[in-house]
Design a protein around this ligand. Structure first.
Ligand code: ZN
Length: 228
């Protein structure tokens, strides 16, 4: 989970207009075509929770469950783009969580993968900032653990596919970093831009990639490069 800027675009304005129209109907819907198009654009077609781009099922998610509250149900700021796996897990259970359209979540929680496939491979979500009230942080960490590991057999099946994707993406990313450290001249420059793109908010599993960079003393060139 990384920060996603809720940009004002033509699509987002159309989405807000459609929500206003639906809100006054007796059985209006919040997942209009305009809302879906705007969320896909703003969230880069990526699930805001698990950071997967290739899910087979997508849903308009309420950050704060609306529970029948009309204002929350049709509030553009409360609508997020999520894959079916994460949406089903989060439901009404995991709330309140950190708002990734307002906060740099990967600066509050460290996303790490330790070990190797078949050898105690594990994903870790650790709070790195101390707040007096860290309910949202703890809840977000619990949600992430459940999303990447699952509890029921169905969730576990989805989580396994997700972890496989992360493993593949991160190993490819590490290869780029290795190549960068050995490269010189133009090759090094090209690799810098390739790696930087993989650290940006629109990239899959960017939170994990950013922590590979933060934890690796050979990656100083990349610290915060995604912010430029
Ligand atoms: Zn997801």
């Amino acid at each position: 989970m990384v920060k996603i800027e809720r940009k004002v675009t033509e699509n987002s304005q159309l989405a807000i207009q459609s929500l206003a129209k639906e809100k006054i109907k007796s059985s209006g819907k919040y997942n209009t075509d305009e809302v879906v198009a705007a969320l896909q654009e703003i969230f880069y077609n990526k699930c805001y929770i698990c950071e997967n781009k290739n899910a087979t099922e997508w849903e308009v998610e309420h950050l704060i469950p609306h529970g029948g509250n009309i204002d929350l149900k049709f509030d553009w700021e409360n609508l997020f783009w999520s894959c079916g796996h994460c949406n089903h897990i989060k439901g009404k259970k995991f709330t309140p969580i950190l708002n990734c359209t307002e906060l740099e979540v990967d600066e509050i929680i460290a996303f790490r993968k330790s070990g190797y496939f078949g050898k105690d491979e594990k994903l870790h979500f650790d709070k790195i900032i101390d707040y007096t009230d860290d309910t949202e942080i703890q809840m977000t960490c619990s949600l992430l653990r459940r999303v990447y590991y699952g509890e029921t057999p169905q969730e576990q099946a989805g989580a396994k596919i997700l972890r496989h994707k992360i493993r593949t993406e991160l190993s490819e990313f590490k290869n780029y970093v290795r190549d960068y450290n050995e490269a010189t001249g133009e090759d090094k420059k090209d690799l810098f831009f390739t790696i930087r793109n993989k650290l940006k908010s629109n990239s899959e599993f960017a939170a994990f990639k950013r922590w590979i960079v933060r934890d690796n003393p050979n990656c100083k060139d990349f610290i915060n490069c995604w912010k430029n």
